[in-house]
Design a protein around this ligand. Sequence first.
Ligand SMILES: NC(=O)C1=CN([C@@H]2O[C@H](COP(=O)(O)OP(=O)(O)OC[C@H]3O[C@@H](n4cnc5c(N)ncnc54)[C@H](O)[C@@H]3O)[C@@H](O)[C@H]2O)C=CC1
Ligand SMILES: O=C(O)[C@@H]1CCC=N1
Length: 267
Amino acid sequence: MEKVLFIGLGHMGASLVKGVLQNNKEDIEVYGFDAIKEVQQKALNEISNLKSISEISDIKKLQINCIVIGVRPIDVKELCEQIDNLNLANITVICMANAVSISDLQKSFQKSKTISIIRMMPNMNASIQKSVTALATNNASADQLEFAKNLFKNCGIVEIIDENKFGTFTAISGCSPSYVISFYKAMTEYATENGFSKEQSFEIIKQTIIGSILNVSDPKLDLRKKIDQICVPGGSTIEGQKILDSEKFEKIVKKALKAADQKAKKL
Ligand SMILES: NC(=O)C1=CN([C@@H]2O[C@H](COP(=O)(O)OP(=O)(O)OC[C@H]3O[C@@H](n4cnc5c(N)ncnc54)[C@H](O)[C@@H]3O)[C@@H](O)[C@H]2O)C=CC1
Ligand SMILES: O=C(O)[C@@H]1CCC=N1
């Protein structure tokens, strides 16, 4: 029986646990731990089949095989050193903390040399099993990586990437739900300001965004040509598109992604 412990049950940790346990086809037991007892209790109340530990030393007693670290980057080093003090062997540590590299993590595990490290970047859509999750490693075995891949496939799709692509991946997938939601927010606000109910505007714009992306998700397509097909000469779309182009909408999006990418390389 594989035993997986999630440490840090905040926004991202709890979303992943929800995704994993909603669709757990693996033979695994899932445990959660948060330094804030109310946060841990909330997760236990909301997520059925989630078990808990009461202190870090329980990792050894319970013979946890895999630890998923979901604390903020600033808290990672101290936590890893605490885990390292347990002198664990043959354990997989998966860390989702932004900008914390595999070598940073390895430095915190001086005593437990046989720990395999996997760096991970999920996104918030894990709670509805629509995350795009990246994994990278330089010392986990093929079996350990496969286990991690299957675990997080319960939360969406999983891509194995080189660690040097983590900054860009973080921008385009970890952070970008925030930018997509900003776009959705502006569109739904426009609809409600012009007489639509919130329910109707959320539904209309949700279906329009999903449909538009599904319609052009073939990489062979020229996206500008698709835009031009919708912008009928003399019609309405072109009036809005002219504003997006003159205000440099695409440039603004790329500038936002670059800022996030650079920060994800070094916090
Ligand atoms: N929020 C997001 O959309 C994403 C976040 N991440 C990464 O996930 C990690 C967590 O982010 P959030 O969930 O948003 O933060 P959060 O602040 O909501 O949750 C962090 C949790 O860790 C707990 N914690 C801190 N130190 C602890 C310790 N020593 N032992 C046990 N629990 C401890 C805190 O009490 C808190 O509940 C971060 O490293 C972030 O970079 C990655 C991808 C997306
Ligand atoms: O903003 C952050 O640092 C984290 C990483 C990706 C999404 N949230």
